[in-house]
Design a protein around this ligand. Structure first.
Ligand SMILES: [Zn+2]
Length: 107
């Protein structure tokens, strides 16, 4: 490998450049930016009823089981989960193949 600063050849054992002192491999790369969220669509590939829970879980990066438990808890406690589920069913577009939608940057 070669020094990223001055270009002098280094061995794999060298942790620092002998000429300029640059750390081997250069500075640690910045962490990758957060992946863009999945669009909020009903996940038809992983659905149990209409894919609302799976779609929400995918959108927020949550475990679908947690989302289902929360919905179930909402149903048992207040009946709110049923309403929320129906709203999601109506409001969220379906995503038949569970494929990632193309970037929405192109308007
Ligand atoms: Zn160097």
């Amino acid at each position: 490998m070669f020094c990223t600063k001055c270009g002098v050849e280094m061995t794999d054992q060298d942790r620092f450049c002998a000429r300029c002192g640059q750390q081997a491999g250069g500075a640690t790369p910045p962490p990758p930016p957060h992946a863009p969220r999945e669009p909020l669509t009903r996940d038809m590939a992983n659905k149990k009823i209409a894919g609302v829970c799976a779609g929400i879980a995918r959108h927020f990066g949550w475990d679908v089981t947690i989302v289902r438990v929360l919905f179930l808890a909402g149903i048992l406690l207040h009946g709110f989960g049923v309403l929320a589920y129906i709203i999601g069913w109506v409001a969220m577009p379906s995503n038949p193949a569970g494929v990632r939608a193309p970037s929405q940057s192109a308007a």
